[in-house]
Design a protein around this ligand. Sequence first.
Ligand code: UD1
Length: 353
Amino acid sequence: MVSAAPTVLLTGACGYIGSHTWVALAQAGYRVLGVDDFSNSSPAVLTRLQRLTGQAPAFKQANVCNAAALETVFSGQRIDAVVHFAALKAVGESTAQPLAYYANNLGGLLTTCRVMQAHGCRRLVFSSSATVYGAPQHLPIAEDAPLSATNPYGQTKLVGETILQDLARADAAWRHVSLRYFNPVGAHESGLIGEEPRGTPNNLMPYVAQVAAGLRPYLQIFGNDYPTPDGTGVRDYLHVVDLAQGHVAALCHLLDGGDTLTVNLGTGRGSSVLEVVNAYAKASGREIPCHIAPRRPGDVAACWADASRAGEVLGWRAQRGLGEMCGDSWRWQITRDHRADTQNQSAVLFTGR
Ligand code: UD1
């Protein structure tokens, strides 16, 4: 007997990481359902997902805090697992609006889990972050390193992981994988999907992309007096398509009956701000003017992953290097401003009942 492809629900499905994971799951043969409220994404992503997957996306516009809306997604069909991306993610904004972050990030996780539980679905992949390591004491950072949160965004990831651990302790049927992402960058090689920051980018690579494109005059380098080889901050940049493959591996693990896990997703290699700038200049063929600015409050000097557990338990390893991350980011940057479908709502098949 041929068994049906597993059905996976993605929350935050049209966002940066959600959309790349949608493509990776569809290519791996999963049936994908998407939910997104478009608070930080665009309906145009659905058109591009259709082009990339060759299938009309099964999608419902909904906020994950809305239990009734999630109910309509679960009723009438079997969902084997959920990948929960939907969350607010700007560190500075979280400090200014803690209530919004706790309500959305924790309320959304709780609502998703409660609706899952009511429908007998107990397999979840959770988008966590290396932010849960706070200021790391040892490098590379392994999963058993001390945890701390320095802002409400980080706190929501830490508490989110704790909620899932409590759930797993209370009910052995619940299994989850918390994926601690390091610094996702880059875009799909097609140039069709990528990160779409609204307003001024908070993170390094999208800012560098806009400087290379001439949309911003220069990059401010936040500190060149860190105890790192060139004095600038060091991070573990990870291609978003590798990250998406990490979700496929985590789902495979859960659907094969694997245990609850907490896993770093990173390359295991750090790059400095100056290395990123140089790699981007090479990939784009553009100059990236830079000014040295004071350190950004809350930044750590260096952070990179011990990525060995992901290799051992999930069989996952990052494949793409910094040059490819910059090249794909640049392709996305130069094509996105000229795209005609940006304003068009795409046709969708699944809208719930
Ligand atoms: C930031 C978040 C972190 C989140 C991660 C997601 C902060 C303090 N931390 O981490 O919680 O999980 O993004 O990817 O916001 N830099 C510049 N100029 C810029 C922007 C950044 O020099 O205009 C430097 C930073 O000082 C840092 C490096 O580039 O050394 C990377 O910064 P960024 O992309 O914001 O990532 P994180 O600081 O690692």
